[in-house]
Design a protein. Structure first.
Length: 256
């Protein structure tokens, strides 16, 4: 037994299907909207208890109301280690963890300040790193962690080298954690451009330009959907023989 799983009991493999999560606790930081909320709906439908985390109480409360009795929620800021510690202190056991919450700035090296260039690492990389570190003592031996990177790690869409490096670092983090936390499984999902919550909050002209470029640059000729990424996350939760892998849910963007 690893130190990460000390004090936890191994559960038998789930019966009744690949997405049978009855009796499991799934923690979703960023689960109040977007891909995280779509994951929440899928795991709740599969029988899991869902713990939603995020910075905006009203959004989390609305998401929990959608999910019903399967969900509880509490606020957390992944950029604040004390907030993360308080969040995980209130959770006794974790079967699966997914952290999609992040806030950062993009741009060319020549134009970004050092602070802005560091923002993907500060939020997306270190936010996930600290979440896993604090969750580790409570992870079930047969549980899993899914990290979030992005297809830009393998194929940069434009001049944003710090962001590209951050996504590549997250994929390396996933492989390293898979070794350290075994038999807990750790994998990474790397989406391409997704037509969903994130882009809906950006100017329409920017959104349409990005989608048009993605249609040209991907084998399937379209952006992804949030539920398609959520399906991949749940696959990584429930496939008991996959660890240390990065799953590119990008419609073939990294192959074009």
């Amino acid at each position: 037994m690893t130190q990460a799983a000390a004090g936890t009991a191994t559960r038998p493999a789930a019966q009744g299907g690949a997405e049978d999560l009855r009796g499991r606790t799934v923690v979703l930081i960023g689960g109040g909207s977007g891909i995280g909320l779509r994951v929440a709906h899928r795991v709740a439908a599969a029988g899991a208890h869902v713990v939603l985390g995020g910075r905006t109480a009203a959004r989390l409360e609305a998401a929990a109301a959608e999910l019903g009795a399967a969900a509880t929620w509490r606020t957390v800021d992944t950029g604040d280690p004390a907030s993360l510690a308080a969040f995980f202190d209130r959770t006794e056991r974790i079967d699966h963890l997914f952290t999609s919450a992040a806030s950062y700035r993009l741009g060319p090296m020549r134009e970004l300040s050092d602070e802005d260039a560091a923002s993907p690492f500060d939020s997306k990389f270190w936010g996930q790193y600290h979440a896993v570190r604090l969750a580790a003592p409570k992870l079930a031996e047969d549980g899993s962690v899914v990290l979030m990177s992005g297809a830009a790690s393998a194929r940069p869409a434009g001049p944003a080298p710090a962001y590209v490096a951050c996504n590549a670092a997250i994929e390396g983090l996933g492989r390293g954690l898979a070794v350290e936390l075994a038999p807990v499984r750790v994998n990474t999902v790397a989406p391409g451009t997704v037509d969903g919550h994130l882009w809906s909050n950006r100017p329409a002209a920017d959104r349409e330009a990005a989608f048009a470029q993605y249609r040209r640059n991907t084998l399937l000729g379209r952006p992804g959907a949030e539920d398609e990424i959520a399906q991949a996350v749940v696959f990584l939760f429930t496939n008991g023989f996959t660890t240390g892998s990065t799953l590119y849910t990008d419609g073939g963007y990294t192959l074009r």
